[in-house]
Design a protein around this ligand. Structure first.
Ligand SMILES: CSC[C@H]1O[C@@H](n2cnc3c(O)ncnc32)[C@H](O)[C@@H]1O
Ligand SMILES: [Zn+2]
Length: 433
């Protein structure tokens, strides 16, 4: 299958200059050629053509940390601190969730993610088989991990999570990858963490974990072990041998930054969730300055309350400006990088996150003529990150397939998904009324 996208106003990709008046030729799941419109006559053989006049193209957004099915808990538990939110509201709700509910909750998330320009997401949740099913059907790219909480999951859960990781790695024509996921150092004991780490090493799988999210977590570790959670994991050699994706990393003690750098830990920054749960603002500017790879995530919908990466990016950028009283702390170019190529690196996916020849064809076409946000057209990247919202996203292509066109989903029955997710969420919540 060859798709020719012509008349693209501008192509934005990290590390390259803005390219104007270009075409992109997609062949199967890769970008075959990007060139000037003056060369388009050289392309004769294609199956379909998309006219992108008035549009800009950029790589699809990569959400590196979420719990997709938590859409079922949107607006169910707002305005609470992390520990009370988890213990009193979220975990009781989750104890009633069935695998089919997770399928529909994830489907609702997938609708929202595609419409808001996410082409790849990294998930930590239960019932990975159900999540893999909807990812496969939807055409999205994902990194899936069955989250492990020792007291709930124990050895049985560990076995199940490894089986899922092995079964679904490279499934859905290669769009699904897997990791193992100890939930956090405060919900998994030392030996359990080491067991998971060893299984991941033996099977060449990455590790996805929540880390240093709240001041409370860090204080508890300081009190109990006289060291921060980051130092605690480093002393267990947890960071050695595996690719590490650490969500949050909001609170650093002396020496933690150096550990993250030395161990090549990839940070999934979740500014909206950190703000909503009042956990704080991660030192992203320091991560960038120290060349620690930092990418963006939304966390679950229950602590956000949406999965829109443009909102997340604006929040990330503005919070860093406030934190450091430095308007240059995270600018639009850094934001593009954080949303795309840094995300691919954080998830360990090669040939993803750039609009370049021979890269995976995951891209967005943004309509800059439809909404007020792009007028005047001084700087389209600024208009996109600082002014626009997801309504300007016209086309989403993932793995060379058109998944959304003219803002219409091509593969999913949105009405059915809304209906099922609503019905199931209300039924579970009724247990607690
Ligand atoms: C074991 S699957 C994932 C597990 O994580 C919970 N969760 C969602 N958001 C957060 C967060 O911000 N910090 C810690 N844990 C979180 C989710 O409810 C699942 O139980
Ligand atoms: Zn999380």
């Amino acid at each position: 299958m060859r798709i020719l996208i012509k008349n693209i106003d501008e192509i934005h990709s990290s590390g390259t200059k803005v390219r104007q008046e270009q075409f992109i030729l997609i062949e199967d799941n890769k970008i075959k050629r990007i060139d000037k419109m003056t060369k388009i006559d050289e392309i004769s053989d294609y199956d379909r053509i998309i006219d992108a006049d008035g549009m800009i193209a950029l790589p699809g957004f990569i959400n590196t940390h979420t719990h997709a099915a938590m859409t079922l808990m949107r607006a169910y538990a707002d305005d609470m601190p992390l520990d009370q939110w988890l213990q009193n509201k979220i975990w009781p709700f989750e104890s009633k969730i069935k695998p089919d509910d997770i399928y529909w909750g994830t489907a609702l998330a997938v609708v929202e993610m595609i419409k808001t320009g996410t082409t790849t997401f990294s998930d930590m949740y239960f019932a990975v088989d159900k999540i893999a099913e909807i990812v496969d059907q939807s055409g999205m790219r994902a990194v899936l991990s069955e989250g492990l909480i020792e007291a709930n999951d124990g050895q049985e859960g560990l076995k199940k999570s490894l089986n899922y990781a092995l079964k679904y790695n490279n499934s859905a024509e290669g769009r699904i990858k897997t990791m193992m996921a100890p939930h956090a150092p405060y919900t998994c004991g030392r030996d359990y963490l080491l067991q998971i780490k060893e299984l991941a090493r033996e099977n060449n799988l990455g590790l996805h974990i929540h880390l240093s999210e709240s001041k409370n977590e860090v204080n508890n570790f300081l009190q109990q072990y006289q060291k921060s959670p980051i130092k605690y994991l480093a002393d267990l050699d947890f960071f050695d041998d595996n690719h590490i994706l650490a969500a949050h990393c909001v609170h650093l003690e002396a020496g933690d930054l150096e550990i993250l750098k030395e161990k090549n830990v990839h940070v999934a920054h979740n500014p909206m969730s950190n703000a909503k749960l009042a956990n704080g603002i991660a030192p992203v500017r320091e991560y960038l300055k120290n060349e620690i790879n930092v990418a963006l995530g939304t966390d679950g919908v229950s602590s956000n309350n949406s999965l829109a990466m443009l909102k997340e990016a604006k929040m990330a950028s503005y919070l860093q400006k406030i934190k450091y009283q430095d308007p240059t702390a995270v600018d639009t170019k850094s934001m593009l990088k954080i949303l795309t190529v840094n995300g691919a690196e954080a998830l360990g996916i090669k040939k993803l996150g750039l609009l370049e020849e021979n890269q995976l064809a995951d891209l967005l076409l943004i309509d800059t003529k439809k909404d007020s946000f792009f007028y005047p057209h001084h700087n389209n990247l600024s208009n996109l990150f600082y002014a626009a919202d997801s309504r300007s996203i016209d086309t989403v292509i993932i793995d060379g397939k058109v998944i959304m066109e003219s803002s219409e989903l091509k593969r999913l029955d949105q009405e059915k998904i809304f209906y099922e997710a609503e019905k199931r969420a209300l039924k579970i919540a009724a247990n607690f009324n």
